[in-house]
Design a protein around this ligand. Structure first.
Ligand SMILES: O=C(O)CCC(=O)C(=O)O
Length: 259
């Protein structure tokens, strides 16, 4: 079903929309079962280390140098002991993640919001916000990391567990996508034009997605609750988009989506 004009307007003006239950529950359950297995095995393999590479886990090298299973959040003091933190390049290695990234309900919504048909997905990850120990995600713009201020890059955060304030649901700062790339210190936004205390909390059931402009400032709190809050993070953009200051197009991990 095409997105309503209200939602399209909200995306243009606020830079984000929340779509309740956009990903079918069976796909969420399938990925969660995969992640439970992966987590157990990765924790065993790591044996206290901070990271397990895909080569170690699957016996095959990843196409992206960042790809790995991160077990400890060594960037955030106080969160070094979380059990599992994130899986980089999830769609390359987890069939369930790829299935969600390509599911027609999500892809059609992204096409409508971007106003583009020939899109693809790139740089996916699963963020584990474990019960009790899940770290915060400081406020930032994805576009700052990408070094790309195009209006044609969209991030989808798909909740794999029910997300509420108590377990660190995503927060997005409405309208911040209109400010261009903002100043960041160590990957955290630090710009007098933004007040992250005004960010909108975006709760949702598992299978819901927050779809936002990659220039939108967003982040989330730690998870002191007994309920974990995992999310699949996906970045979509049109095939052939010129990317970054080098004037490069997309990189080797871009997955074009058939029309
Ligand atoms: O899972 C979250 O809270 C946010 C994820 C995010 O912003 C990111 O991974 O860049």
């Amino acid at each position: 079903m095409p997105l309503s004009e209200d939602r399209m307007r909200a995306y243009r003006e606020d830079g984000f929309v929340v779509r309740e239950g956009i990903v079918p529950r069976r796909l969420i359950d399938r990925l969660n079962a995969e992640l439970d297995e992966l987590e157990e095995r990765a924790v065993r393999l790591a044996n206290g280390r901070a990271e397990v590479s895909w080569a170690e886990y699957f016996g095959s090298e990843a196409t992206n140098k960042w790809a790995a299973i991160g077990l400890k959040d060594h960037y955030r003091p106080g969160f070094e002991n979380c059990r599992i933190y994130k899986i980089q390049e999830a769609i390359e290695f987890c069939p369930g993640a790829r299935e969600i990234a390509l599911c027609p309900e999500l892809v059609e919504a992204v096409r409508d919001l971007l106003g583009e048909r020939r899109i693809g997905v790139n740089h996916s990850k699963v963020q584990f916000k474990e019960a009790l120990t899940g770290p915060p995600q400081p406020f930032h713009q994805d576009s700052w990391y990408f070094d790309c201020d195009s209006d044609k890059v969209l991030t989808a955060v798909v909740y794999l567990d029910d997300a509420a304030e108590a377990n660190g649901a995503l927060q997005v700062l409405a309208g911040s996508h209109r400010l261009g790339i903002l100043h960041h210190d160590n990957g955290i936004v630090n710009d007098p034009r933004v007040d992250t205390a005004k960010a909108t909390l975006c709760p949702g059931k598992a299978g819901s997605a927050v779809l936002f402009h990659a220039l939108c400032v967003h982040g989330s709190d730690r998870n002191p609750s007994p309920n974990r809050r995992r999310a699949l993070v996906l970045h979509y953009y049109p095939q052939g988009l010129i990317w970054g200051i080098e004037g490069e197009a997309h990189d080797a991990t871009f997955v074009p989506i058939p029309s």
